[in-house]
Design a protein around this ligand. Structure first.
Ligand SMILES: [Zn+2]
Length: 259
């Protein structure tokens, strides 16, 4: 039998399987994204203690199987990990659901994900403590995109490098360029662009450069910044995230650019 391994982990999704088992997908600190089967999880409060629900922050114990991609989850316990508490608030659940679904969409089983675990766990803990805010959503999106290799640029024009501070009245976010272009360069970006105010672009640049904790204390970008991020994410995630509709009903991104 394979040796038992353990790692801190956050449950991304879970579903019942057969009479008494659960199939669970987690983002782990040490082993990337893992899916496993927890035999008897619906009955064993001792081994799992209701800890295999989305957002659960647990020390996961598991054994690998020689064949097949599901591991055997043997135990999950709170250990000394900071609990994530979202259950008292619809807005927290909405933003938390979006955070885990976006992480699930961007993380793959093959990749190391310690930084993604750190970003997700910090963001969910902040969400539980301080509630859902546009600054937290934008900070999480920028950090996770950065982890996935998409370093978006908002502080200067992607083409001529003119600083956003001196951009005048309007910049354009161009999805295919992963950043903003200035009015002068807009005609050289045939992909078109989405108008974003320099104030929103600078807010996103500040949020992206700060730690998650500090970013939450910053002023968020306006609706045009939120929509720019949403469009970029829509372009790289190959399916519409189910949690988006719920989140938009509780915490709208905005329907157009703020002027
Ligand atoms: Zn330019």
């Amino acid at each position: 039998m394979a040796a038992e391994e353990r790692t801190p982990a956050i449950v991304l999704r879970a579903r019942d399987y057969s009479e008494s088992d659960r199939i669970v997908t987690l983002l782990t600190r040490d082993m990337g994204k893992l899916s496993g089967i927890a035999r008897g999880a619906k009955a064993s409060k001792r081994r799992f203690a209701g800890k295999l629900e989305p957002f659960s922050h647990v020390m996961l114990y598991f054994r690998r199987r020689p064949l097949g991609h599901l591991v055997f989850i043997t135990r999950a316990e709170p250990a000394d990990l900071t609990p994530i508490r979202l259950d008292d608030d619809l807005g927290k659940i909405a933003l938390g659901s979006y955070m885990v679904e976006l992480t699930d969409a961007l993380a793959s089983e093959e990749n190391e994900a310690a930084d993604a675990y750190r970003i997700l766990s910090t963001a969910l803990i902040l969400l539980g403590e301080a509630g859902p805010t546009p600054a937290l959503r934008q900070a999480f999106e920028l950090k996770l995109l950065g982890w996935a290799g998409f370093g978006l640029e908002f502080d200067r024009c992607r083409l001529c490098a003119a600083p956003s501070e001196t951009a005048g009245a309007r910049l354009y976010f161009v999805v295919a360029r992963g950043g903003v272009v200035c009015t002068r360069c807009r005609s050289e970006a045939p992909e078109g662009g989405f108008p974003i105010s320099p104030a929103s672009a600078l807010a996103l640049a500040r949020i992206g450069a700060a730690s998650l904790e500090a970013a939450c204390a910053n002023s968020p970008a306006g609706a045009d910044g939120g929509v720019s991020l949403a469009r970029f994410i829509g372009s790289i995630v190959d399916r519409r995230l189910r949690s988006i509709e719920f989140l938009d009903s509780v915490m709208p991104t905005g329907n157009g650019p703020s002027r």
